[in-house]
Design a protein around this ligand. Sequence first.
Ligand code: SF4
Length: 369
Amino acid sequence: MPSFDFGAFKDPALAKGLVGLVGDLAQQVPGDEPIRLMEVCGTHTMSIARSGLRSLMPERIELLSGPGCPVCVTANRDIDALIALARMPQATIATFGDMVRVPGSTSSLQREAAAGARVQVVYSLIDALAYAQANEDEQVIFAGVGFETTTPTIAMGIKRAEALGLENFSVFVANKNMPHALEALVSDPQLKVNGLLLPGHVSTIIGPEPYRFLARDHGIPGVIAGFDAVDILQGIAMLLGQLAQGTAQIQTAYARAVMEHGNPVACAVIDEVFETCDADWRGLGVIAHSGYRLKPRFARFDAVARFDPQPEPTREHAGCSCGDILRAAKTPAQCALFGTACTPENPLGPCMVSSEGSCAAWYQYHGVS
Ligand code: SF4
């Protein structure tokens, strides 16, 4: 085991034991090819970088970061549409903070705000509803970005807006679901992933069932893991245990939060308000059934239908490798702009903006070299 200070772990002895177990199990996996394990959640990406887990892995193990940061996977076209909405004189964009700095083709919400647009950073959709109630002369458009974890709260907010009879509130829906994106990822012959560390937050809503196809149809084991470094080590050990035995199952290493059937109430409100549709993911392209749109009963809260934004022609940023990073074809350090033209102070792509972005995590914890 490499020399490492385990003092920063909540339970240093347990962490040290799990690192030893990971090393033992890696030796039991047949063959001598790299074992490629992907964490698909941005919170896992941050935790792995912060705790230095990469440096504790045996040589055979490659930890790959996947597309689990909702801000990062929002397509340029959607950012541009939000910017077009922000330019309407009557509009106020209500958004979580990370979205403000994400560059679109030629601008960002932050730049639009500097030029006079109204952009309100909110901490929940409830804040956006309260703002709309207090400012009846403004059209408040909430930027709906997120996976199954945030989609139920947006659905609840839309139902609340309906109950309140709010006429000046709508949502730009760019929400996405995780299982269809995973299907696209594991179907990519270039990726060659041996196991998936599955997202803890999303799984509290949907439970393990929607991932079973990974094991059944693709022979890829998956483990739902929590976000502490020890949780992640346990998830990695469970993946290696399956690979050593030549089995593929979906297991849960986060039983304190993930129930077998997820959260049926949250799933029901998603189904009541939304239906699935094809969605455009940065780096992965259009994936069938991987997004959400409002059901007809709630269509009057759809900002695109209501205002028909006309975004400028989409332009990708020259040299930005966010797309490659989101499908694990590159690490952040392999982007030519990383740490030079692109830094957290001057981000050129969403992966450097978001608090869950791979480039931001790499910059903060691995450094530029
Ligand atoms: Fe994009 Fe910046 Fe990351 Fe390069 S370093 S991939 S430009 S966010």
